[in-house]
Ligand binder design. Structure first.
Ligand code: B12
Length: 351
């Protein structure tokens, strides 16, 4: 098969599997993105995500032996997830939309497996990355012409918006590369202004240590006291910088391949108080197959307590006081104590 034929077959197959967009970039060293990553790490903006620094040299070049020596191309795929829904989250909390359905890592790795088989049958090696391997996914998506990186750092796909997951298939196949996307945000700064924690130091410059997504998902241990009130209702992740984006105001129809990301049953009947009360074993059962596992039992209970302090009502005083005294985790006890004091102050102020 010629390069052009294999490229065409890969794209047709990606579409048949249900990916909304597919693009191809030639594998190589990422510049200036590599230098931008170094600067971000040097400033410590990755917080506790030490794995970002440990794998930086692999992220800068997918031909690194720890990724795929001999890689020639990156196939980038985009899969939309649910953008609008009446559901917001475990009341009075909210969760990021990407966590409504099944864990995207497994769903999309499996879907990409069909493309891997096609490449293998043509004699090529490949590795699939879905937020799971040291591949600079958004930078490759821009190079492959799938979308452009907005001021909120998210990959915006014209016609779809930014509520998409990305998949990168790094392969030894020398496929025909697409043109990179050059489009930009123009003068719009809605995302930068809307961030509840002022996590953007400027366009394209996110300090993860201030980002609600980082604080609620990746940060282990107590959330610094001065940041707790700004979390507002967010129990897991945050969508604010994407929800205000003009590119996200169009409607996207959910086709069959995306059913996996529709609102899952696990969220029915669950509120923030229940998340705080769950013990480790119930959490493991409830969170199986969901991206929320990433926050771990302690993190999700910690977040739920803080949200009850920020948004809860009188009915939540008991669950907070119980957690303050009896939760198995000192981090959660501390969060519940803070939340109970904050809730009591809020209730007193509204009398
Ligand atoms: C670490 C990480 C995080 C961290 C840090 C986020 C960040 N901005 O880096 C935290 C935990 C905060 C996070 C949050 C989220 N994440 Co995340 N995350 C990642 C991960 C693992 C690596 C990202 C990375 O490399 N960051 C390093 C920094 C340096 O990159 P960057 O901020 O994007 O900066 C780039 C540009 O801004 C550019 N730049 C800098 N200066 C300038 C100047 C100009 C002029 C230009 C043009 C560019 C530019 O430099 C960098 C290189 O291109 C990727 C998966 C992967 N392996 O790639 C997923 C990934 C980026 N995350 C994803 C998602 C869905 C999210 C959330 C939306 C989840 C949520 N709802 O809570 C939020 C969005 C937050 C945000 N606004 O970025 C998706 C993004 C899909 C998309 N459409 O973009 C990814 C690709 C996972 C996936 N496979 O789908 N994430």
């Amino acid at each position: 098969m010629t390069r052009a034929e294999l490229t065409r077959r890969v794209k047709e197959e990606a579409e048949a599997i249900g990916f909304a967009r597919v693009g191809i970039a030639a594998a190589g060293r990422l510049e200036p993105e590599g230098a931008q990553l170094d600067a971000w790490l040097a400033d410590g903006r990755h917080g506790q995500m030490t794995w970002m620094a440990e794998t930086a040299s692999v992220r800068k070049d997918p031909r690194h032996p720890d990724m795929l020596a001999g890689a020639k191309s990156i196939v980038v795929l985009a899969a939309p997830y649910l953008r609008s829904s009446n559901y917001e989250g475990p009341s009075p909390g909210r969760i990021a939309k990407y966590a409504f359905g099944r864990d995207y890592h497994g769903v999309l790795t499996k879907k990409a497996g069909r493309l891997q088989r096609l490449l293998r049958d043509s004699g090529h090696v490949s590795r699939v990355a879905v937020d799971s391997k040291p591949v600079f996914e958004r930078a490759w998506a821009e190079r492959a012409g799938v979308g452009f990186i907005g001021k909120n750092c998210c990959l915006i796909v014209p016609g779809i918006g930014s509520h998409v997951f990305l998949v990168c298939i790094v392969t030894t196949a020398p496929l025909v590369a697409d043109q990179p996307m050059r489009r930009k945000c123009g003068t719009c700064t809605l995302c930068l202004e809307a961030c509840p924690t002022q996590a953007f130091e400027g366009p394209h410059a996110l300090d993860a240590r201030k980002c609600i997504s980082y604080l609620t998902i990746e940060h282990r241990g107590p959330i610094p006291e001065e940041q707790r009130a700004a979390l507002g209702p967010w129990v897991f992740g945050c969508d604010v910088c994407q929800d205000v984006c003009p590119y996200n105001q169009t409607s996207v129809t959910i086709g069959a391949p995306l059913e996996a990301f529709a609102l899952g049953d696990r969220w029915r009947g669950i509120d923030a108080a229940r998340l705080l009360e769950m013990d480790e074993a119930s959490f493991q059962t409830w969170a199986r197959g969901s991206a929320v596992k990433r926050a771990r039992h302690e993190g999700l209970a910690r977040n739920a307590a803080l949200v009850l302090g920020n948004r809860g009502g009188e009915i939540h005083l008991r669950v907070l006081d119980d957690a303050k005294k009896g939760h198995a985790s000192a981090v959660v006890r501390d969060a519940a104590a803070w939340a109970s004091t904050r809730l009591k102050r809020r209730l007193a102020a509204s009398e």
